[in-house]
Structure formats: structure tokens, C-alpha cells
Design a protein around this ligand. Structure first.
Ligand code: HEM
Length: 628
């Protein structure tokens, strides 16, 4: 996230220099193409885990996965055991689902973080492979060193001032999307706090532009991490805009030595470790890593608190007692004040648990022993914190928002609960974790102290992501049949359709953002210039890339297609050619192959975005009034 920059997840997250996610957090949780044929062992690796490899109907299976990825993981786990490999578009993704194997994931010398995220770093921040491998370790060390709990404490006073300033811009009352409100305050505040006060886009016009560009960059991150810029014009433009902003900031950072009372900014520290040429690129990744997970989790923390009257009351009692009688315009929240609001911190930790990154990843570089299997080099190892946090052995009633469960954790000593892996682990664990918790704690306390919120939508219902039945502690999971899943999806859809539309604040909820049959999985891609045609295939969506497949060869007959076998021969021929999926290099040599690759990767990304939609809801309008 996501110095080195890491891609985190999320969700992942990327940032290497600091980090990458994903997949919310960081990394991008790729959509998988799963085939229904069951297990075939990987011939060259006899002790490899069960391998689910695809064949036709690959496309339909990709959508199945995109619809309910956690359900998918759970089904695969129930059927094939705790370690299994999914072959998708020539990549082998090996899922590690047993907590006892997490240690190997995080600490084994046979896996590598940098190799896992390098390609995504290249695509999202234009950092070459050589440069990344050379500079990431130094960047990571600098970032880690600057974000220790002690150094984080030194950033808190300035952060509080920034929050106050930007919260003032909201005025005394208003209404709109909670998510947008959070972004408008947190984007510029965190940017200023980490990269430098003088660098904040501080005139209203530039701030608006920054919000727009960064939102486009963040929302398209999973696509951008896998597709070449030429397919994502708007996203690539935003990336370039941000890079040039960061270029100016990097110049300022180098020229404005010790400009602030607080000492050097993180960007200034980075400038001592990496060349001027690469500073903007790493700065962008750092900025993304610092916001990609924090913003949606802040949304959820506030949404959960507002939706739970009991939690709201306890939180407000603590906030009012700690900040009592303070001026509401320039409220000072010190670290000592935060210590007097432990319940608010539990709420933050619980929101992080429930909305943890979809997946984090490592590349296997030497044969890795897990359970009775040998994972072959080249495999991408996948661990889903989001899924792991639904294990009732560690988190009883895992789907419930229960801040009290954090009472057992020694948060004062920065000790989390067993089974909590939202920040990853090992030497590439999120270096911003102390900052993140402090930042969210402070922001939530401040905004609830200053404003009275009235939710205009109910908290989004659990999406199909949650249709995981019961996750048995370390055992097989309850299976949900396809018909049960369809039934549940249908009832959720019907419920949405029968609700009277609420004109001003009826925004689509996280649930409805998750692609359903007949809805558009590729909604985010619609504006992309390459996306020329969208057809329905058996009720599912099929996207055709005009730039690589001539309109004439496809024709309107597509509109009528209900069976995969009815696809025009040209496309069908490509689909059945397994080499199309296995040879990544081949994409440049054949237009059709390339098109299909983009198609496949786009399906991957729709999976990532399905998860992301859980994190970045559109719904949940609020109206707010200042307490003043
Ligand atoms: C709640 C908010 C956050 C969550 C859930 C989160 C989660 C993660 C995760 C899962 C990773 C990857 C770890 C691994 O693969 O083991 C990561 C990496 C990273 N995160 Fe965070 N993060 C958050 C906030 C932040 C913040 C606020 C910053 C910066 C101030 C930050 C900076 C980074 C960086 C730089 C990396 C990459 C590290 C590297 O390259 O080695 N994160 N984060």
C-alpha cells in the first residue's frame, strides 16, 4: 500500500517504500476464473495442493466468483481442504486458509513480498522493475522508522489541526454521502500531515481537482494494477496528474528543509533515501497506501457506531468526558485524550476487523512446505484477512459489530487479538498501522464531538460476500448450495427493488454495488474508451473490447446469445485455446489474444472491485448539524 512502497490490499494495498491493496490494504484481490471440472493435479508438482483449473465455461465461473468470492473460497476449502490452488489465466493462486499456516506465509524465507507486488507497483506508479527491487528495501526501512508509535505521536498535533481546519469547511449543517464527507476531510489532512503542510492543495479549486483525481486513481487501482494504461485512459490521466503534483511536492520537500515546527515530513525523509527522479512515484504509492484502507474503514467505523445506539451512547459519553467544554472550532485532541476514550478505539479496531483487506499476497520463490503439500515456486500465495476475521474460533459471532471483544486486547501495549491479521505480518507488515489507528481514533472522536449525524439510509446489509454459511473453527465449512446462493441473491435483489426509491438520499448501498446477475460487473469501466460493447451471455455480462475485436466479426447476434457455445467462432476459438490464458507474453503479439487478456484481467479486477465495493460504499447518506 498497500522506502519501499507496498501494495496492500486492498485490499488491499500497494506500497513499496514504503508498501501496496488491495487489495484494500492492499493488494489487488484478483478475480479468479474457476473451472467446474474439479481437481486435476499439477503434473510437474506431484505434491502440490489440490488444483482447481479451469476450462469452459471459464467466463461464467469468473462471474460466480465475482458474485460471492468468500462463498467461493469457502466452498473450495470445504471441498479441497485448507490449502488449494486456483489456476486462473495462467497464474497459480494458492490460498492459505488455516491460521496455523499464516506464520509461514508471513515469515518463511521461501516466499517474497517484493516479487509478489512488483508488477502492480510498475503499473500503478510507473516504477521500473530494477528500480523497485533496488530501492524498495531502503524505502521500507525509512517509512517503518518514521512511523513507529513514538514518531506517530509527534505527528498527532498537526494532524488534529488539519482535521479541525477541514471539518470547518463543512459548515454548520448539510447532508450528502458520508463517504464523500470523510474523503473531503481526510485526503487533504493526511496528505499534509505525511507529505508536508505546504504541499496540500489548499485552494478550493485544486483541492476539488485533487479529490477527483485521487478518487479515480483509487477506485481504478485494481484495474490499473493489471491492465496497461492504454486501456484505462481516464485512470492513467489521473495517475499522471497525481505524479506531477507529487513532483512539485517532492521539489518543495527538498527545498523546504525543516519548514515545519514538527520537523521533517515523511516525504522529506524519503528524499534522503531515494533519488529525486523516483521520489514522486514512491510518494504517490505512499499516499495511496495511507488512504486506500483508512478511508473506507473510517466510513464503516462511523456507520457502525451510528447504527448501534448503545455503542453511540458509550462512545459519546467517553468523547464528551475527555473533550469536555472544548471549543468546537479548534478542538484539541491529544494522545492523552484518546487514552480516555478506549471504547472508541475498540470501535475502530472492530471496524478494521470487519472491513480488513480482501487479500494479501506473497510469491513463492522456493518450494514451500505447507501441511503435507509442497507449493511450487512461482505460485502466488494468497491470504485473506477479511476471510480470516470471520473465524468464530478467534472471533465469536464474527459478523457482529462487537467493540467489547477488544477489551481483552492490550491495546495500550499495541497488542491485537489473536487471529487479527488486518495489517499483514512479517517484515512487510503495514508500517502505517500505529498511525492508522491513531488517525482513525482521532478523526472519529472529533467528528462525533463536533457534529450530530442523522443517517438517511440503513447500514448496508451484508452482501453476498458474507454468504459464507458458518465458518467452522479450523475445520471444514458449511457448504451452501448454488441454489441457496441464487435464492439469497434473488431475495436481496427483490428487497432492493421493492424498497421505495428515496429521491435525495437513496444511494445504492454496498450490497447493491456488488454485481448481480443482470447488473453491470464492469460499471467502473464504462467510461473506458476501449469498452465498446456489452452483451449479455446467459444473463451474465460479457464485455467486448472493440480495439482488438472488430465490430463486424461480432455483430449484433451477440445480443441473443444465451449459451457459451453460441459465441461467434472467432471468439469461441480463442476461448478454447488454453494457451491464450497461459502465455502472458503472447498478449503483445496478437490483437485478439491481447483483447482476451484484457477481458480476463478485467474479470479479475471485477472480483477485486466486488470486494472493494464492500469497502467503499456509495450509500449511507447522512445529514449533519454542528453541535455549536
Ligand atoms: C486501517 C488502515 C490500514 C490497513 C488495514 C492497512 C493494511 C496494510 C496491509 C495488509 C499491508 C500489507 C502487509 C503485508 O503484506 O503483510 C500494508 C502495507 C503498507 N501500508 Fe498499510 N494499512 C493501513 C493504513 C496505512 C497507513 C495509514 C499507512 C501510512 C501512513 C500505510 C502504509 C503502508 C505501507 C507503506 C505499506 C507497504 C509496506 C512495504 O512496502 O513493505 N498503511 N498495509
Amino acid at each position: 500500500m498497500g522506502g519501499t512502497i507496498v501494495v496492500v490490499g486492498g485490499a488491499n494495498t500497494i506500497i513499496a517504500v514504503g508498501g501496496v491493496n488491495g487489495v484494500v490494504g492492499g493488494f489487488s484481490f484478483m478475480a479468479l476464473i474457476i473451472l467446474n471440472e474439479g481437481i486435476r493435479s499439477h503434473t510437474s508438482h506431484p505434491n502440490a495442493p489440490p488444483c482447481i483449473r479451469g476450462w469452459i465455461p471459464w467466463f461464467g465461473a469468473a462471474f460466480e466468483f465475482g458474485k460471492a468470492p468468500l462463498h467461493f473460497i469457502q466452498q473450495a476449502r470445504a471441498k479441497y481442504g485448507p490449502v488449494f490452488t486456483v489456476v486462473a489465466a495462467g497464474k497459480r493462486l494458492t490460498f492459505v486458509t488455516l491460521n496455523e499456516d499464516f506464520r509461514a506465509f508471513f515469515t518463511s524465507k521461501d516466499v517474497d513480498f517484493e516479487q509478489a507486488v512488483q508488477e502492480a507497483v510498475h503499473n500503478t506508479a510507473s516504477i521500473s522493475k530494477d528500480s523497485f527491487f533496488k530501492t524498495h528495501p531502503t524505502c521500507a526501512t525509512v517509512i517503518k522508522g518514521r512511523l513507529t508509535p513514538g514518531n506517530t505521536a509527534m505527528l498527532s498535533a498537526h494532524l488534529c489541526e488539519e482535521f479541525n481546519d477541514h471539518l470547518e469547511n463543512l459548515g454548520s449543517e448539510g447532508s450528502g454521502q458520508l463517504n464523500e464527507l470523510i474523503k473531503s476531510v481526510m485526503y487533504p489532512s493526511v496528505m499534509s500531515n505525511l507529505l508536508g503542510r505546504c504541499n496540500t492543495p489548499n485552494n478550493a479549486l485544486t483541492r476539488q481537482e485533487f479529490l477527483k483525481k485521487f478518487t479515480t486513481y483509487d477506485e481504478g487501482f485494481e484495474y490499473g494494477s493489471q491492465l496497461p494504461d492504454m486501456f484505462l485512459k481516464e485512470w492513467a490521466n489521473s495517475k499522471q496528474w497525481l505524479l506531477s503534483l507529487l513532483r512539485n511536492m517532492a521539489l518543495n520537500a527538498q527545498e523546504t528543509l525543516y519548514s515545519e515546527n514538527d520537523g521533517k515530513t515523511l516525504l522529506q525523509h524519503l528524499a534522503t533515501a531515494i533519488s529525486e527522479q523516483h521520489l514522486p512515484n514512491y510518494g504517490l504509492l505512499l499516499l495511496w497506501a495511507s488512504l486506500a484502507n483508512a478511508i473506507p474503514i473510517t466510513f464503516w467505523a462511523i456507520a457502525f457506531i451510528l447504527a448501534n445506539p448503545e455503542a453511540y451512547k458509550i462512545a459519546m459519553d467517553q468523547i464528551n468526558a475527555a473533550l469536555r467544554d472544548q471549543d468546537k472550532k479548534t478542538t484539541k485532541v491529544t494522545l492523552d485524550d484518546l487514552q480516555h476514550m478506549p471504547y472508541v478505539k475498540w470501535c475502530i479496531m472492530e471496524a478494521i476487523r470487519l472491513r480488513a483487506p480482501g487479500a494479501i499476497t506473497r510469491k513463492v520463490v522456493r518450494p514451500l512446505k505447507l501441511q503435507n503439500y509442497i507449493i511450487p515456486p512461482g505460485d502466488m500465495l494468497m491470504l485473506s484477512p477479511y476471510w480470516a476475521h470471520r473465524n468464530p474460533k478467534y472471533f465469536p459471532d464474527p459478523e457482529d459489530f462487537k467493540p467489547e471483544r477488544w477489551e481483552k486486547a492490550d491495546l495500550e501495549k499495541n497488542v491485537h487479538l489473536e487471529g487479527f491479521v488486518a495489517f499483514g505480518g512479517g517484515k512487510n507488515q503495514c508500517p502505517g498501522r500505529w498511525y492508522a489507528v491513531m488517525e482513525l481514533h482521532m478523526f472519529v472522536a472529533l467528528i462525533l464531538y463536533k457534529f450530530d449525524f442523522t443517517p438517511l439510509d440503513p447500514v448496508p446489509k451484508p452482501s453476498p460476500l458474507h454468504l459464507v454459511g458458518t465458518q467452522q473453527p479450523d475445520g471444514p465449512c458449511t457448504e451452501i448450495s448454488e441454489s441457496q446462493l441464487e435464492c439469497e441473491l434473488d431475495s436481496q435483489r427483490q428487497e432492493r427493488e421493492t424498497k421505495p426509491p428515496r429521491r435525495r438520499y437513496a444511494h445504492r448501498t454496498a450490497t447493491s454495488r456488488t454485481a448481480m446477475k443482470g447488473e453491470h460487473l464492469f460499471a467502473n469501466m464504462r467510461s473506458a474508451p476501449f469498452l465498446q460493447r456489452v452483451y449479455l451471455l446467459g444473463g451474465e455480462e460479457l464485455v467486448v473490447l472493440q480495439s482488438t475485436m472488430g465490430e463486424s466479426s461480432l455483430g449484433d447476434s451477440f445480443q441473443q446469445i444465451t449459451d457459451f457455445n453460441d459465441l461467434p467462432t472467432s471468439l469461441f476459438a480463442c476461448n478454447v485455446d488454453q494457451s491464450v490464458f497461459e502465455d502472458h507474453e503472447g498478449k503483445a503479439t496478437s490483437g485478439v489474444k491481447f483483447g482476451l487478456w484484457a477481458l480476463v484481467d478485467t474479470a479479475f479486477s471485477s472480483f477485486a472491485n466486488t470486494l472493494r465495493s464492500e469497502f467503499t460504499p456509495r450509500g449511507k447518506g447522512v445529514s449533519f448539524t454542528s453541535f455549536m
